[in-house]
Write a protein that binds this ligand. Sequence first.
Ligand code: SF4
Ligand code: SF4
Length: 465
Amino acid sequence: MLNITTGQQEVIDLILLFPGFVISGILIYVKIISIIEKEYRAAKVSFLLSIILFAPFLIIYLFDFPFKEIASMGLLAVVVLVAILLFFPFRPKIKACLPDRQGGFQIPAEKHDERNVMFSRNELIPGTEKFDLYYSKNPDKREPDDKFRDNPGLLSPDSVFYHPFSFASAEANLEIIEAFKPIVNGVVNESKTVVEEKKVSDYIKTWAKKLGAYSVGITELKDYHLYSHKGRGDLYGKEINNKHKFAIAFTIEMDSDMIRTAPKGPVVMESTQQYLNSGTIALQIAHFIRNLGYSARAHIDGNYELICPLVARDAGLGEIGRMGLLMTPQLGSRVRIAVITTDIPLVLDKKKDFSSIIDFCGICKKCAEVCPSQSIPFNNREQINGVLRWKINSESCFTYWGTAGTDCGKCMAACPYSHPDNLIHNFIRWGINNSYIFRRFALYMDDLFYGRKPKSGNLPSWIDM
Ligand code: SF4
Ligand code: SF4
């Protein structure tokens, strides 16, 4: 039996009440945030947990019972132990991540040909020479492609989630992006301004953020970043020969309220909106660099010479996750990416270790659970084209887009990294990146608060008129 006086016990009881208040206070705050976010399941769970977790602290404070001292010390020990387990930066070497980290990033053995990308294949018109030539060289792709051609198609009025306003808005965005095509490249000012690498790098990054970019990074442009051949537009089949030395990659946030409605109309409205916004910023920066007398090209939606997620990864903005997209540590895949390649002298950003993202994707699998076309693998990463990675089935994914009429985005909406950019979610993302144990705890809590297969959110009222 512990030798504690009544006065000491009262002080211990009071001290013990403090963590109870803190835990319940945080949960009540989560409830309020969840109501604002219209996450009603999360609001209910956090409210229930705030009562359940506060109860033992209150019982010990209010009532006298045998072994009360032991109970109160035990509870305090549990609180301290849980805090250590969750917040101490346990970062064991993660086996699944090691091959990527031996000497840096793995490099694809062969360059990708943009003609094999689903958007390029979608542009092939049956009966044309281009169509026949492509499928004579790639007979294995004919059957899956015939399947998506049987569907109504992206933004079709016959698709499942047809919504006249949001689809027309998405069309408007795409039409404007199309008008950008002739100006991704341009005339370079003959009079060259001498620039200092650090100053111009900082200027570009700060300006990009002021224009709306969320994160910006600079990397050397590598051969494996580039497609081998153009797959879209007038330059179809042309070999890509970009000799720029640097690539500036940036992400732009997609609105979480819109993405939560996936796979309904607002998701395609939002993705095209952010393609448009990122395209505008990329064009501005490319024009700016050319005005200084250096070559620059913007790589924007529908007009790429390179694979944006690979460039963004090497520029230190994130890692390629289970759904095959760039996962950023702050917003997961809820971003769009654009790139500017250039010759202006720049300071490179350091590669970063995002093995926490790979580890979390290894256990999470929520995107694979919710995917309506089962296009996302449940298994571990595999060696594909010389790189250890997850590879989604882009044919079945694109076929579903043709049925839905939107670019779906259910995987993105369900991802625990995709929650809004606010104090509570940023704290959770920090914990996920910080600790192996916290990651497991966070996944369990995400399932509890939002469901293993989160439901689609309702259309915002201004869209659902
Ligand atoms: S849902 Fe989970 S497994 Fe899928 S990308 Fe997000 S964190 Fe990774
Ligand atoms: S966009 Fe939709 S269909 Fe495609 S992988 Fe994600 S959840 Fe699956």
